[in-house]
Design a protein around this ligand. Structure first.
Ligand code: NI
Length: 188
């Protein structure tokens, strides 16, 4: 089932997400729905807050980017209750990013090159793996969503001024995109 994607400005994107217990109702269905929603909207990652749930889950599939970023070739994961550790052995990298909650926008973002992720898969098996390059970037972007952060929070002051109008329009639900969205509730 394709779920509506909550837009920038919706308060659920600003909550700190909570850990998921292994008796969470219909967890596998939720993860299937998140993958389906991500593929339908041509995304490479989707975090639970983006479908209105402030819980510690994200899904990623970077395989479509493998030609440009070989490190993304087999990057398909359902990630539950992750912990992320930065490995400080490379200079930060700046690259363009976008987000399904901010349609029509992309901006350069500085990210760590190398991380280590601990997480549970959908069967609650533990995993630990290191990631570099664009794989590391996708994971950092999705992990940010679980902290209530979006990538434009990392955009520097002057760029942020330049995109202010676009951000305000997204927050008001003034977007054009091919997938279903849900805008912030109107404040009177
Ligand atoms: Ni995003």
């Amino acid at each position: 089932m394709i779920l509506p994607i909550y837009l920038y400005g919706h308060p659920v994107l600003r909550k700190e997400a909570e850990d998921v217990e292994n008796d969470y109702p219909e967890l596998k269905k939720l993860i299937d729905d998140m993958f389906e929603t991500m593929y339908h909207s041509d995304g490479v990652g989707l975090a639970a807050p983006q479908v209105g749930l402030p819980i510690n889950i994200f899904v990623i599939d970077g395989s479509v980017l493998a030609d440009k970023f070989p490190e993304c070739k087999d990057l398909k994961l359902a990630v539950i209750n992750p912990e992320l550790e930065v490995i400080e052995d490379g200079a930060p990298v700046i690259r363009e990013e976008g987000c399904l909650s901010l349609p029509g926008l992309s901006e350069p973002v500085k990210r760590h090159e190398h991380i280590k992720l601990n997480w549970l898969d959908e069967d609650f098996n533990e995993h630990e793996q290191e990631f570099t390059g664009f794989a590391s970037r996708i994971i950092q972007h999705e992990f940010d969503h679980l902290l209530g952060t979006v990538y434009t929070d990392h955009v520097s002051g002057i760029r942020k001024q330049m995109i202010r109008t676009k951000l305000n329009n997204i927050a008001k639900g003034k977007v054009r995109c091919e997938y279903r969205t849900k805008a912030a509730p109107k404040i009177n």
